[in-house]
Design a protein around this ligand. Structure first.
Ligand SMILES: O=C(O)CCC(=O)c1ccccc1C(=O)O
Ligand SMILES: [Mg+2]
Length: 332
């Protein structure tokens, strides 16, 4: 007999596939080169959960994401310390003229994260975009930029010098490697612009290496790539660094996992990158975790059968995702 408080038994492959729905959600704005977000959501026993590693990731990397999905749907979660989470607006690498429309999707957000170093664009594009965000947010707004590892150390040094007058809260993953981050941090120390690590945490074999190397002032943590809420919490506590909990452009289900992680963090001094439901033109629920007054609530999400049907992925893509789950489950 299982008592209601006892964690549900972990699912086998048949149960996972039976509870899975594969969706293809249109985005409002092109992001990371994509215009639709594919994801698997599961109608799991404890709450709806999500598996959505990017399609280019290999099975080894996807395994942490599947571990997270199973943990969230089939296990009790760490205690929440808060009921809502302040979120940042996420501004893709759009032309400066489009910034006003993007920010309008994030009502009440005092912080904006601006994508920079997009391969097809120039430094001048980044400066114009950040200038426009500063103009719209006013002097009290907080601006962080995210280069997704797109600069070498020299490029980063020059770009940050050019962007620093707009008053940056931090620069996220300016360079790709931990060694470059260490070197950059040494070079720009005098500018007093903190460095945050994202890919160096979520794509690293050892997510704590970046903290040990002194390569970052802030860690960006995402629940899915770190294997779930409890595991991510362990990593961020071991790092001893301040954190920003962020999404991977998840559906509202994945965002509910991120919100649970943010709610469990002992000290949360930065606004979190969990407002990204605003970048989806469709979601898997009738009650999405959209930012209101600059916050999202900490709660579970109810799947909408109509939405799952309307945004169901094609038979080919559905088969691809089901095969991906089949290959990945034995790797856990
Ligand atoms: O942090 C945010 O504001 C939103 C999340 C985000 O930017 C993101 C979403 C998908 C993939 C990568 C990233 C990233 O932070 O680099
Ligand atoms: Mg990032």
């Amino acid at each position: 007999m299982t008592s209601p408080t006892e964690p549900a038994t972990k699912p086998d492959l048949d149960e996972l596939l039976e509870r899975a729905a594969v969706v293809s959600l249109p985005l409002t704005t092109r992001f990371r080169g994509i215009t639709v977000r594919e994801a698997v959501v599961f109608d799991a026993p404890l709450r709806a959960t999500e598996f959505s590693p990017f399609v280019e990731y290999g099975d080894e990397e996807a395994a942490a994401w599947l571990r997270a999905a199973i943990d969230f749907g089939w296990s009790d979660q760490p205690e929440s310390r808060r009921h809502s989470i302040r979120v940042n607006a996420t501004v893709p690498a759009v032309p400066a003229a489009d910034v006003v429309g993007v920010l309008a999707r994030f009502p009440g957000c005092r912080t904006a994260k601006v994508k920079v170093a997009e391969p097809s664009q120039t430094r001048a594009d980044d400066v114009e975009r950040v200038a426009e965000v500063r103009r719209l947010l006013g002097p009290a707004g907080r601006i962080r930029v995210d280069a997704n590892g797109g600069w070498n150390v020299d490029e980063a040094e020059h770009a940050i010098r050019e962007l620093a007058p707009f008053d940056l809260e931090y620069v996220e993953q300016p360079c790709a490697s931990v060694e470059e981050l260490v070197e950059l941090r040494r070079r720009i120390h005098w500018m007093d612009v903190p460095i945050a690590a994202d890919e160096s945490v979520r794509k690293a074999e050892d997510p704590l290496a970046v903290a040990r190397a002194g390569a970052a002032d802030v860690l960006v943590v995402k629940a899915q790539p770190l294997g779930g809420v409890a595991r991510a919490l362990g990593i961020l506590e071991a790092s001893g660094l301040p954190v920003v909990v962020s999404s991977a452009l998840d559906t509202s289900v994945g965002l509910s996992m991120g919100a649970r992680l943010a709610a469990a963090v002992p000290e949360l001094e930065f606004d979190c990158g969990l407002g990204t439901a605003a970048l989806l033109a469709a979601d898997v629920t009738d009650d999405p975790l959209l930012p209101v007054d600059g916050e999202i609530p900490v709660r579970d999400v109810t799947l909408s059968p109509e939405m799952l049907e309307r945004y169901a992925a094609s038979p080919e893509r559905t088969a691809w995702w089901r095969e991906r789950i089949t290959r990945t489950l034995p790797l856990l």
